[in-house]
Design a binder for this molecule. Sequence first.
Ligand SMILES: NC(=O)c1ccc[n+]([C@@H]2O[C@H](COP(=O)([O-])OP(=O)(O)OC[C@H]3O[C@@H](n4cnc5c(N)ncnc54)[C@H](O)[C@@H]3O)[C@@H](O)[C@H]2O)c1
Length: 263
Amino acid sequence: MSSLKDKSVVITGAAMGLGLAAAKVCAEKGANLTLVDYNESALTSAKAEIEKATPGVKILTITADVSDEAAVKAYVEAALKAYSRIDGFYNNAGIEGRQAPLVSYDQQVFEKVVDINLYGVYYGMRHIIPIMQQQQYGRIVNVASVGGIRGVMNQTPYVATKHAVTGLTKQAALEYGRDGILTNAIAPGAILTPMVAEAFKQVNPEDPKAAETVYAQANPTKRLGLPEEVGRLVAFLLSDECSYVNGQVIAIDGGQSNSYGNV
Ligand SMILES: NC(=O)c1ccc[n+]([C@@H]2O[C@H](COP(=O)([O-])OP(=O)(O)OC[C@H]3O[C@@H](n4cnc5c(N)ncnc54)[C@H](O)[C@@H]3O)[C@@H](O)[C@H]2O)c1
């Protein structure tokens, strides 16, 4: 079983959803955590929840917007000051934007999605990789999406930025593998988090649960994924046991992205 004992792990978007679930798994496996989110109150609750589940865990929380490079620099410096190193980086914060066709997509929302999903991910790598190079050790897990390997109706900036995340992942893997830094991405399908609950509300405002049921039927497993299932994959990719996987985009979607037609 993969261990993260005494590893210093930074997680963005850690206040809820996939970030919080991975933080819980990493805490159980012995990591010292730096949790970053721009939702301060949710971050405080997340910290309390993890401490309750794993007493004695070390957690530093930092309220920061990952699309602000100065704030990224500050959270990286704070993590380094607290734990003297950064072994693992779960570069997870992201937003979906509003659903609309490409030609009528709201320009401001488009730019916001690019700022967070592309620049936020890039800034994190830009400031953490030099620290990992000095250590000659690091594990980076970027969060793409099935929308980073396939198109998704009405989600142009999301799909464009998640494809960019897969590109950033392959690029860093090539350039920094020689420094002991392994960079991979995960491509989750629909996982039951607050973000996906909001998406189902947009698809069917009267009956979001019906939209969820329809979606689940298109999956070979006939269900949506759970955040802790993604958290366990992330913990492996952040650990020493992940020693020769580099530059990969790993779908975690119940097999849905392999299908062509009905299942
Ligand atoms: N849930 C899914 O099914 C799914 C599928 C594919 C990819 N993803 C990706 O996984 C990641 C997490 O998604 P989730 O479903 O947990 O979302 P979520 O909305 O449930 O949680 C996202 C967290 O990130 C934080 N955040 C958002 N923008 C931020 C910013 N600029 N700075 C700091 N914190 C910020 C939010 O406050 C929130 O706590 C995203 O990158 C998302 O695109 C999710």
